[in-house]
Design a binder for this molecule. Structure first.
Ligand code: DGY
Length: 321
């Protein structure tokens, strides 16, 4: 009997591929770029399973192109806004993500951005490399204190909580907004649940960890930025469209807020050109989960889900409604 057939839409860690290849016929996109829509449509044909990336839009058209054999699409990501959940559920296709294993890496990157913006690390590094440094000076590269300041967390899921714990170790006060309260975190860290207006008004550093859903599109726009402190810093390691990038660029240019650290962008890999000319924003290319162990663990969960579903078992981390 022919082995089940799996498409992997982008190179993943070799160990993950080896495990898949022990059981299945596997085709991998080894090019250093995502598949185009047309390539994806053609390559998914007749597959039993697809291991997808957040850069692959998996909707009804792609699932129809895959055909009726396709039982699972396993995303190599915790976020799954690239999935049309209803379209997959209607076709009986299981969709999965990789929760839990990237909280540390993602929150660490978000906290790194926070510290780097506060202490102007990228700007200062460039200054030295450009040969501009002439010696110590008292009013030189003045940054922001972090210790004892207020961290606002928008979206207290696993990554938001992880970020709150890291911040608490810096003596930061934690305020948060979410669709539900977290009594445990409130007790453990003295975190305070606040409404969105208070979050914007009181945060010295505001870190975004909400999922991208219609309600969170442009969660931060011109009005929200205007409500923040002029000394505030915005960190986004969630999804780009959660922030109105043009409004953010204007706010940073006009010093409506002090700075920003961005791992994600509205139209990746494009970045709003107005942002790139500014010193008070640090931009990195969607790398928050990018550590060796984390990427291996993300792949392990995606592969486990494929093995389980093609073996007739329920997936471990299903996201279908
Ligand atoms: C995710 O998993 O959703 C991140 O954005 C990439 O790791």
């Amino acid at each position: 009997m022919a082995k089940p057939n799996v498409l992997v839409t982008r190179m993943v860690p070799q160990e993950n591929l080896d495990r898949l290849r022990e059981r299945f016929d596997v085709e991998v996109n080894t090019e250093d770029r995502p598949l185009t829509r047309e390539e994806l449509k053609s390559k998914v044909k007749g597959r039993d399973a697809i291991l997808s990336m957040l850069t692959d839009t998996i909707d009804g058209e792609i699932l129809d192109a895959a055909g009726p054999k396709c039982r699972i699409v396993a995303n190599f990501a915790v976020g799954y806004n690239n999935f049309d959940l209803a379209a997959a559920t209607r076709r009986g296709v299981v969709l999965t993500n990789t929760p839990g294993v990237l909280d540390d890496a993602t929150a660490t990157l978000a906290f790194t951005l926070l510290l780097s913006v506060a202490r102007r690390i990228v700007e200062a590094d460039k200054y030295v490399r450009d040969g501009k440094w002439t010696g110590w000076a008292p009013l030189f590269f003045i940054g922001l204190d972090v210790d004892g300041k207020t961290l606002g967390v928008a979206g207290l899921g696993r990554i938001g909580k992880n970020m709150a714990r890291k911040a608490a170790a810096f003596g930061m006060k934690i305020i948060y907004n979410d669709v539900r309260r977290d009594a445990e975190l409130e007790a453990a860290l003295g975190a305070r649940f606040v409404d969105k207006e208070t979050l914007l008004r009181e945060s010295d550093f505001l870190t975004l960890h909400v999922p991208l859903i219609p309600e969170t599109h442009h969660y931060i726009g011109e009005k929200e930025l205007a409500a923040m402190k002029p000394t505030a810093v915005l960190i986004n390691a969630a999804r780009g469209p959660v922030v109105d990038e043009k409004a953010l660029a204007r706010a940073l240019k006009d010093k409506v807020i002090w700075g920003a650290g961005l791992d994600v962008f509205e139209n990746e890999p494009k970045v709003e050109p107005d942002l790139l000319g500014l010193d008070n924003v640090i931009v990195v290319p969607h790398v928050a989960s990018g550590t060796t162990e984390t990427r291996l663990n993300m792949g392990r969960i995606a592969v486990d889900n494929i093995v389980r579903v093609l073996g007739g078992q329920p997936p471990a981390t299903c996201v279908n409604p």
